[in-house]
Design a binder for this molecule. Structure first.
Ligand code: SF4
Length: 366
């Protein structure tokens, strides 16, 4: 199937509503261009730090999907919105790692994943929901992807400020809500206690777990499947679809009530990170951070601060000037640089160097 375009919305529709209601408009991460993979474009340059497989892009990850996310994928009637819907359907029908709570990755995947430190390299690790035929390869469940996929970007407009917002604040908040809503669906659909008990006893497999032959062969013991699904056995697809409908109908305030006080705490951290994301204010004093330098010739250098995926290209002449920031305020350092050198550094550039951790805040300078 060739699809002309995929939705460009930054967040899955459910999360977009929650974020709009609870935070405000989130600036787009325009540097992480998934369709025209920016890491692929730059990996042909031998000086870059990352080599990406064009058949996987960064999707060498197998996400677990909560019951309502599975349901919302299965509820899609528009193939443009969930081109990997058939893959999800086939996984539910195969029953392996399909429970009333979630559709989990095969445990063996964890072993291979944990031993492979290179993102976006091995085809063996490619996400099953990645669709190679869409554009240049794209996520097939984009509208319903989980918290981990939603909050991962290879590059951030605001460097580490963006990374901290998405990964340290928004991901745990969304992940917590995902889990809470998954369990809420079980109560709403009245999964009997004996099935719930069996479900909660299921192992969480890691690469250290002992695997049974069933787990290794990706087959299902019908007795265990029945013990988990109870009255919903044979109706797993309808169960998931109903979870999707139930969660989609919730208002944001109802979602927060279901999440309880822990969700409120996560939200306060997300708001703090959001305020940093939309603020361009400068600290009183800064100093050089730890960064790696790779001269590129022609008077420019690649400077890696917070992430090897997201270097800055800077004029080589700028870098010796960073020592002027040691031991004095930003204002004073900018004045000295203006007076003693032929350079003028704008406050916006200081902010950018801070965002990418080429400079870091210095709270010790008076
Ligand atoms: S769900 Fe989508 S974004 Fe996440 S790893 Fe799979 S293809 Fe990539």
């Amino acid at each position: 199937m060739i699809i002309a375009d995929i939705p460009k919305a930054i967040l899955p529709s459910l999360y977009a509503r929650w974020a709009d209601d609870l935070l405000g408009p989130i600036p787009a991460e325009t540097e992480a261009t998934c369709q025209q993979c920016v890491l692929l474009l730059t990996s042909s340059d031998s000086n870059t730090t990352q080599s990406i497989n064009p058949r996987t892009k960064c999707c060498t990850y197998y996400p677990d999907l909560m019951n309502f996310q599975v349901g919302n994928i299965l509820n899609e009637t528009n193939p443009y919105k969930a081109p990997a819907r058939d893959v999800v359907m086939a996984r539910v029908r195969a029953q392996f790692m399909s429970t009333p709570l979630k559709l989990q990755k095969p445990p063996v995947y964890n072993i291979i994943y944990d031993k492979n430190p290179f993102m976006g390299s091995a085809l063996r690790l490619r996400c099953p929901y990645y669709v190679e035929e869409v554009l240049n390869g794209a996520c097939g469940i984009w509208q319903h992807r989980n918290a981990a996929c939603t909050t991962w970007f290879c590059k951030h407009v605001r460097g580490n400020v963006g990374h901290s917002f998405w990964r340290d604040a928004l991901e745990p908040f969304f992940k917590f809500l995902e889990d809470a809503l998954g369990f809420w669906c079980l109560t709403r659909l009245s999964l009997p206690e004996e099935n719930l008990e069996r479900l909660l006893k299921m192992s969480n497999y890691t690469s250290d777990s002992r695997f049974t032959p069933d787990i290794l062969d990706e087959t299902v013991d019908p007795k265990i499947h029945k013990a988990i699904w109870g009255p919903f056995i044979g109706h797993e697809i309808e169960f998931y679809q109903e979870c999707g409908r139930l969660v989609s109908c919730l208002s944001t305030s109802e979602v927060l009530v279901i999440g309880g006080s822990k969700a409120t705490l996560y939200l306060s951290l997300a708001r703090k990170a959001y305020n940093s994301l939309i603020s361009k204010s400068l600290p009183r004093a800064v100093r050089p951070g730890r960064f790696q330098l790779q001269p590129q010739g022609n008077g420019i250098a690649q400077v890696i601060g917070y992430s090897g995926c997201d270097p800055l290209i800077l004029p080589s002449d700028l870098l010796p000037l960073l020592s002027y920031f040691e031991g004095c305020t930003v204002e004073k350092a900018l004045n000295i640089i203006r007076e003693e050198t032929r350079f003028e550094i704008e406050p916006d550039l200081v902010r950018r160097l801070l965002d990418f951790e080429i400079l870091i805040e210095n709270s010790e300078t008076n």
